[in-house]
Ligand binder design. Structure first.
Ligand code: DC
Length: 226
């Protein structure tokens, strides 16, 4: 069974998708990490993400793959594990810009479809239910209010900084989230939207356990095991 989880930045997709995959013994595929790796490559090579021609010219030089150790996904960019390097705000923004280019999407969608064809997967992203896996047995559209998403991201960054104060305020993070939502939802190529047959879950007032349980219940129903 393939499960597609789409939704805006910070809705909790990756945390939930990882948990669901673990419970079901499926592979978790984080497609945002692939766009991030490509964005990182451009930044490392002095190619401005807004320079579409430059980004497309570099595409054939980039090899992205996923590797798993003890169930944890690692993103490999031209042979190097970049899993930690892709989690900065700069890379988030570069990924959001380059993901609007149709040829970038074509390359990564093909890779994602090949991965899902090999093994039962829980895949998260923006266009999984609409484009990558239109036949997924279960599609979830996971969302939360921009305020909730900004607060979660703020807490995550403070935790990462070992409890130290960070330079960004919750309002600045909320602004960044709104900019990314706007770009992800309004681009011409595969904009973020809820697939017609997706179940929408608003996680603003739900715990991780509650959302996970809801998805597992739906998965059991779909596979006839409930
Ligand atoms: O989920 P994330 O924040 O790691 O994704 C990074 C960027 O990549 C995000 O701005 C949108 C883009 N993306 C996309 O366009 N399609 C996907 N399937 C996954 C991510």
């Amino acid at each position: 069974m393939n499960i597609a989880i789409d939704g805006p930045a910070g809705a909790g997709k990756s945390t939930i998708a990882k948990r669901v995959a673990k419970e079901l013994g499926s592979v978790y595929i984080d497609t945002g990490a692939m766009y991030r790796a490509l964005g990182l490559y451009m930044l490392q090579h002095g190619i401005a993400p807004s320079d579409e021609a430059g980004v497309l010219a570099a595409l054939p030089l980039v090899d992205i793959s996923l590797a798993y150790t003890d169930g944890t996904q690692h993103v490999i960019l031209n042979g190097e594990d970049v899993s930690h390097l892709i989690r900065t705000e700069e890379v988030s923004s570069a990924a959001s810009v380059i993901s609007s280019y149709p040829l970038v999407r074509e390359k990564l969608v093909e890779l994602q479809q090949k991965l899902a064809a090999k093994t039962p997967s829980v895949m998260d992203g923006r266009d999984i239910g609409t484009v990558v896996l239109p036949d997924a047995e279960l599609k979830i559209y996971l969302t939360a209010s921009p305020e909730t998403r900004a607060e979660r991201r703020y807490k995550e960054l403070v935790e990462k900084a070992g409890g130290e104060a960070i330079s960004l305020t919750v309002e600045e993070i909320a602004d960044d989230i709104r900019t990314r939502d706007e770009r992800d939802m309004n681009r011409a190529a595969s904009p973020l939207r809820q697939a017609e047959d997706a179940v929408c879950i608003d996680s603003s007032f739900l715990t991780i356990d509650e959302v996970t349980a809801q998805i597992l219940r739906l998965a059991a129903e779909r596979s006839g095991k409930s």
